[in-house]
Design a protein around this ligand. Sequence first.
Ligand SMILES: *[C@@H]1O[C@H](CO)[C@@H](O)[C@H](O)[C@H]1NC(C)=O
Ligand SMILES: *[C@@H]1O[C@H](CO)[C@@H](O)[C@H](O)[C@H]1NC(C)=O
Ligand SMILES: *[C@@H]1O[C@H](CO)[C@@H](O)[C@H](O)[C@H]1NC(C)=O
Ligand SMILES: *[C@@H]1O[C@H](CO)[C@@H](O)[C@H](O)[C@H]1NC(C)=O
Ligand SMILES: *[C@@H]1O[C@H](CO)[C@@H](O)[C@H](O)[C@H]1NC(C)=O
Length: 361
Amino acid sequence: MRGSLLSYVLSGLTVFRTVSALPYHGADFSSLLLLESTTDVTYIGFSSTAQPYEQILADYGANLARIRIWTAGTYNLTYGLELAKRAQAVGMDLLIDLHYDDTWADAGHQAIPAGWPTDLAGLTSQVYNYTKELVTAFNEQGTPIQFIQIGNEINDGLLWPVGQISVNGFTPASELLHAGVLAVRSVSPSTNTVIHLANGWDEADVAYFYGGVFNVSSTEEGLGGGLTESDVDVMGFSYYPFYGTNATLSALSSSMEYVVSSYSKDIMVVETDWPAVCNTTATPLSEPTIPADVEGQTIWTDDILAVLNGVNLDYGDKAIGIVYWEPGWIGNAALGSGCADNLLVTSTGEMRESMWMFSNM
Ligand SMILES: *[C@@H]1O[C@H](CO)[C@@H](O)[C@H](O)[C@H]1NC(C)=O
Ligand SMILES: *[C@@H]1O[C@H](CO)[C@@H](O)[C@H](O)[C@H]1NC(C)=O
Ligand SMILES: *[C@@H]1O[C@H](CO)[C@@H](O)[C@H](O)[C@H]1NC(C)=O
Ligand SMILES: *[C@@H]1O[C@H](CO)[C@@H](O)[C@H](O)[C@H]1NC(C)=O
Ligand SMILES: *[C@@H]1O[C@H](CO)[C@@H](O)[C@H](O)[C@H]1NC(C)=O
């Protein structure tokens, strides 16, 4: 408990007074099949014996599985379909995260897959065909998709350089996104489309993106048209504490209120995490009063929930979920951050107390 007791209690009271849980309590556990096939990892659930990790997540309250899919390589379609079957079998809905890349796509990397066209017309057609076939494959195996991200952290567009906003303006990116949405809607009208940006706390960047992407001159409805507001069901955001001290909860609150008041779309924090272990001198966190420990992990997601509940009180129930990124990736506990360990499990696969966040977010 130590010095963190006060902030925990204060946060807890705030949560108790004003916050109710959102419909979706998500975990991105895309790495699970890879870990199972390449290591002897085990996860220990309520039974005190090894159990499938997705079962443990569901037992703790997770009801949404976020699954990344690359156009080739480790996290290919075959992999995504297999993991989706397991998630659905324990009662989870699916948030499929399309990277449109043979490897990681994020705010700094968005490479055109090998063998794909490298002109806008060709890429638009390719995005449409690829997305349509992928969504069809999920439908055909009996795991229809509830939410699908058209791209991952596309603040500067996707399929670079063709769809790179800083290089070619908003028109190519907007048309590529519209093609992805058309493909989804053509085969699975009940699937909710998600546009996903990094740095959800950064209102100026979020405003720049949506102001531009919805403002392209080509407004025709078929392929070749730009993204429209009605194409988008959910606006999703990453929100991490380690990549800049401006990523405060109050900045997140302003930004989310801006988004919902401007576009009236559902919103979701589709990626977040908080360290169980961190040298915060080397890696300052954006909310330094929250401890970098297991208790702090719960405070962090409670506080995000409080922010989203505030949006819901002001604008109706627009905030629909929070997703923790890779809570069980043993062997990669830093999860790409400067902090040593952001997992909700120990290195030997026991669940930390913070796993209870899935019952409360
Ligand atoms: C997908 O990756 C798996 C290994 O994870 C591999 O066995 C399979 O051939 C790949 N499938 C496709 C369609 O690339
Ligand atoms: C997409 O599919 C259509 C219809 O099968 C085909 O005509 C077109 O060439 C495909 N586009 C690409 C880029 O392969
Ligand atoms: C919208 O597009 C028009 C025409 O290209 C341009 O003049 C205007 O600045 C754009 N607005 C935004 C917010 O990007
Ligand atoms: C952080 O916020 C301050 C004050 O608003 C601003 O001057 C600074 O440019 C921001 N830094 C980043 C990296 O956005
Ligand atoms: C934490 O990071 C600081 C700054 O890089 C370094 O000087 C210090 O030795 C680190 N502390 C530990 C315990 O590793």
